[in-house]
Design a binder for this molecule. Structure first.
Ligand SMILES: Nc1ncnc2c1ncn2[C@@H]1O[C@H](COP(=O)(O)OP(=O)(O)OP(=O)(O)O)[C@@H](O)[C@H]1O
Ligand SMILES: [Mg+2]
Length: 273
């Protein structure tokens, strides 16, 4: 969605937009199928840190997969930086994903035959990065996540929380401007969860990364800018937690139920896109 700010004439564009997204999973035997998302409509602005909450089975992972163009909606569409990527061919979509998105899978999705180090490097290998650059990037990130001593091990040799931190490192290694994280602290103790959350805050506040975080932790969700609650495949409510980040916007921050329509917050880089 594009809009011109009448005062500054800057282009305002959502970084991510779910436009009336519906998802029905077909059953193998041609049965009725499962409607995981009914009509999900919202947008995320550049630099926002958004939490998605909801009961198990409410559709959170389905939504994140569709936002990341890992899965296609049955109806509706997803716009990233104002573009509909479902129109792209598979190969082009993969390249786009690699250049723009970091995705942390709920079940980690590590490759068993690759070391922790090679799992983290994988997106860079696919991007054709040279070995020297890859080595330079892996170590600081591994240190930040406390997994530098595990780099030569294989996923089956490390703990669940260490696998999860490997998945976080792999998502961040390409320095994506959008980070989609599906319960990235679910397997972590509170101290390590804190470490990951602090890293997300740093990326959001200092580098302006846009982050969408699925979490079952109310405590962590309340540290973000906005909580979107999903119930039975629909957005049930939205709550703005950092009103200061939303000033100069159309959003009535006193109305916690109101869906943000347009955030009149623009960054220079929007102009260039
Ligand atoms: N590949 C699939 N095929 C069929 N049904 C699916 C598939 N993936 C998910 N579902 C169903 O879609 C609904 C939403 O699932 P989803 O994984 O999005 O939930 P979730 O909110 O992420 O739950 P959790 O908190 O447990 O991770 C559930 O009823 C689930 O059983
Ligand atoms: Mg899930």
């Amino acid at each position: 969605m594009r809009q011109i700010n009448v005062f500054t004439e800057e282009i305002i564009m959502s970084v991510l937009e779910a436009n009336h997204v519906k998802k029905v999973y077909k059953t193998r035997l041609g049965g009725e199928g499962v409607t995981a998302l009914k009509d999900v409509h919202f947008s995320v602005e550049p630099g926002e840190f958004v939490a998605i909450m909801g009961e198990s089975g409410s559709g959170k992972t389905t939504l994140l997969n569709i936002l990341a163009s890992l899965d296609t909606p049955t109806a509706g569409k997803v716009l990233i930086n104002g573009k509909d990527y479902s129109a792209l061919k598979d190969g082009e979509r993969a390249i786009f994903r690699r250049n723009n998105l970091g995705f942390i899978f709920q079940d980690f999705n590590l490759l068993d035959n690759f070391t922790i180090e090679d799992n983290i490097k994988l997106p860079l290998v696919l991007a054709g990065e040279d070995y020297e650059t890859m080595d330079e990037k892996v170590l600081p990130l591994a240190k930040e996540l406390g997994i530098e001593s595990l780099l030569k091990k294989y996923p089956y040799e490390v703990s669940g929380g260490q696998k999860q931190r490997t998945a976080v490192a792999r998502a961040l290694i390409t320095n994506p401007h959008i980070l989609l994280a599906d319960e990235p602290t679910g397997a972590l103790d509170s101290k390590t969860g804190r470490l990951v959350m602090d890293l997300f805050h740093k990326l959001n506040e200092q580098e302006g990364k846009t982050i969408i975080l699925i979490t079952h932790s109310n405590e962590l969700a309340r540290e973000t800018d906005r909580i979107i609650s999903i119930r039975d495949g629909n957005i049930e409510s939205e709550e703005i937690l950092k009103p200061e980040k939303y000033k100069d916007t159309d959003i009535d921050i006193n109305n916690k139920e109101e869906k943000p329509k347009k955030i009149r917050k623009s960054r220079k880089k929007n102009k260039e896109e």
